[in-house]
Write a protein that binds this ligand. Sequence first.
Ligand code: GTP
Ligand code: SPV
Ligand code: MN
Length: 613
Amino acid sequence: MEKPLEYLKGCMKPDQYEKLAALNNSKLNEFIADSVQLCTPDDVHLCDGSKNEYDTTMAAMVEEGLATDLKARENCFHFRSDPSDVARVEGRTYIACENESDAGPTNNWIHPDELKGTMRDLYNGCMKGRTLFVIPFSMGPIGSPISKIGFEITDSGYVVCNMHIMTRVGDEVLETLGQGDFIPCLHSVGKPLAEGESDNGQWPCAPVDKKYISHFTEEQKIWSFGSGYGGNALLGKKCLALRIASVMAKKEGWMAEHMLILRLTNPEGKKFHIAAAFPSACGKTNLAMLESTVEGWKVECVGDDIAWMKMEDNGQLRAINPESGFFGVAPGTNSKTNPMAVKSCEKNSIFTNCVVTDDGDVWWEDGDGECKHGIDWKGREWTPDSGEKGAHPNARFTAPAAQCPTICPDWEDPAGVPIDIFIFGGRRSELVPLVTEAMDWDHGVYMGATAASEKTAAALDSGVAIRRDPFAMLPFCAYHMADYWQHWFDMGDKLGNKAPKIFYVNWFQKNEKGKFIWPGFGENSRVLKWMCERVDGKAGAYDTAIGKMPKKEDLDLDGIDLTDEEMDKILSVDTEGWKKELPIVREFFETMGDKLPDRMVAQVDRLEERLGK
Ligand code: GTP
Ligand code: SPV
Ligand code: MN
């Protein structure tokens, strides 16, 4: 377009247009003008991040029947999504770069030209009858050298309100941006409205085969179409802060990881910082907000889903949480399992796909209290006898991080927190012990690369029962997985003796009756304590074929309700079982082709040796 500003003058409110004119960022003006021209909305709104904007946008959705005002909770709202739009759609998530080999074997690749062609046709006129919102947002504290600015264009009020909570939105972002660069993110629910038509209370989205969650990794831009669900639509989160950032991080020598960040303080006041990667719906939010059951040990939350980490000049790795809210799994969250999450979403929060109770509150399976009658996530009457779950298993709450009672006072420090420990893990009902310490960095990288987990509800189409989910990044690493592994080896080389210690955990082993053996949740603090004492050289461990492990007496198990047999079961190494994993791991490695680092092969060879023939 020749004169984007002039074009925008014709379709924006004067005061909002003036902001753009004063800023005079030509990339931004072109991005907005091109999007307006392509998507043909009825109206354009430049977001300022104000409470008034949130309230007005939410009120319009309540009016429309898309949201329910929850009378029992201060400033809280509930949304019911379309049944096809309840989770990330990995099969419709694309990495577009010049060469397919750069996307690697773990991503869906389409050539950028082809994908743009397909998506332009879909975007054409897609915002008819709707408002196009322009959301200026910062991932990371505004102005921090690690932070990145994005602009999300969307036709969804749900996205606007969620982005207000999950990211830093508003005028300050414009001021910080100036003439600088940003990541353009274009989103549409993909449901244009005909003249006089309205959503009429129905969550707007497109059918699955029209959904595209696309990442142009070389141009660094994001195009998402057809879904309103969190990870597909709140583009600052998985799309920017993980997929696009993973490519930047590789190029620039830092790390963008699917990790919670927490601070653990011991009785002497010494602080440890832990970053932990578990696949979606495998316990990050819970661990991040854990209430320690070990006397004198205190946990504070820095972040629950994403970590951006950089090495300082002195060789110390420091992490920030690029988000400002939690988009947490609701089912299973209650005052016993995760009291801090319960408190975090007491007010000013958004709920998606829960049961709305008759007294105007939300309820979900394994939540607090009982629900005798309500309206389920599909909008039908629900009672405990309905025979179906009332909340979708991937029902979520969106809550401001600042509302977490244990939020770390330094959670917004632009310099981040120094990382001492990395944890990997997954959901395995068999084989994988409670905790293992890597023998060295390379062995830890092997543990991360071979992490595997049972299927959860966080992705609609994740397929097989147990899948390899390296570093919990399978759905989020936007370049060749083997290059990503090499990046981990390289980071270890750079960090040298300042590299964090690496551990692997599994909270999810089950007994013959299908019950979790380890009580989990707050009791996981016992395992974290052992890790910190390992860092300090205070706790014992012994060598096994799969790594260093604690004996029962090395763990603080005071007051825990487990029999000796049960503890033995989760602290033992099933050599035959591990041997059976080897061919599966080798087969997985083979899918990486010649990019597979020799150092990775060396690790599986050594493991095989240690396990014995
Ligand atoms: P994403 O937001 O999808 O990335 O998930 P997450 O990794 O943050 O998982 P989250 O903490 O929300 O936990 C997901 C589910 O696992 C919830 O239903 C939790 O109740 C359950 N869970 C978390 N920690 C534990 C644990 O230590 N033991 C057991 N048995 N279940 C757990
Ligand atoms: C996950 O699936 O890992 C989530 C939820 O944290 S989403 O934002 O949808 O990715
Ligand atoms: Mn996640």
